[in-house]
Design a protein around this ligand. Structure first.
Ligand SMILES: [Zn+2]
Length: 118
C-alpha cells in the first residue's frame, strides 16, 4: 500500500488522498512511499504512545550525504553538517539504506523543545 508523508506536520495519510488527515495541508504528489501492512502497524503503534510529563521528545531528520572522495564532496558534507548543527540538529549516525550501499545518509536528532524555540 502507499502512504503520503505531510511536509507540513510530519504526519502520514493513507493513499488515496490529496490533503493531510492531520493538518489538511495539500499533499505533494511525489511525497509518498510504498509500505507493507507490518510497516503500517508500526506507525500506528507509535501513534498510540502519549508522551508523559517531563519526558523529552525527539525529532529526527534523514539527509543524503555525498559519498565520493572528491574534495568538493567533502566541502558539501561539511556545509550540510555545520548547517544542521547551527539549527540544533545533532548527527547521531551515518548509514546506508537498502541496495544502494554507496549512498550514505546522515541521521540527525534534536529535542522537540529546541524546535519550539526557533
Ligand atoms: Zn499535515
Amino acid at each position: 500500500m502507499k502512504i503520503f508523508f505531510c511536509p507540513e506536520c510530519g504526519g502520514y495519510t493513507l493513499w488515496p488522498s490529496e490533503v493531510c488527515d492531520e493538518c489538511l495541508a495539500k499533499l505533494p504528489a511525489d511525497s509518498w512511499v510504498e509500505i507493507t501492512e507490518e510497516e503500517l502497524q508500526q506507525l500506528e503503534y507509535i501513534d498510540e504512545f502519549e508522551p508523559g510529563e517531563n519526558i523529552p521528545t525527539w525529532e529526527y531528520e534523514v539527509l543524503k550525504l555525498k559519498s565520493d572522495s572528491l574534495e568538493s564532496s567533502r566541502e558539501y558534507n561539511k556545509t550540510l553538517l555545520n548547517g544542521m548543527g547551527e539549527k540544533g540538529w545533532e548527527l547521531v549516525r551515518i548509514t546506508s539504506m537498502g541496495d544502494s550501499k554507496s549512498d550514505n545518509f546522515g541521521v540527525f536528532k534534536r529535542s522537540w523543545s529546541d524546535k519550539v524555540e526557533d
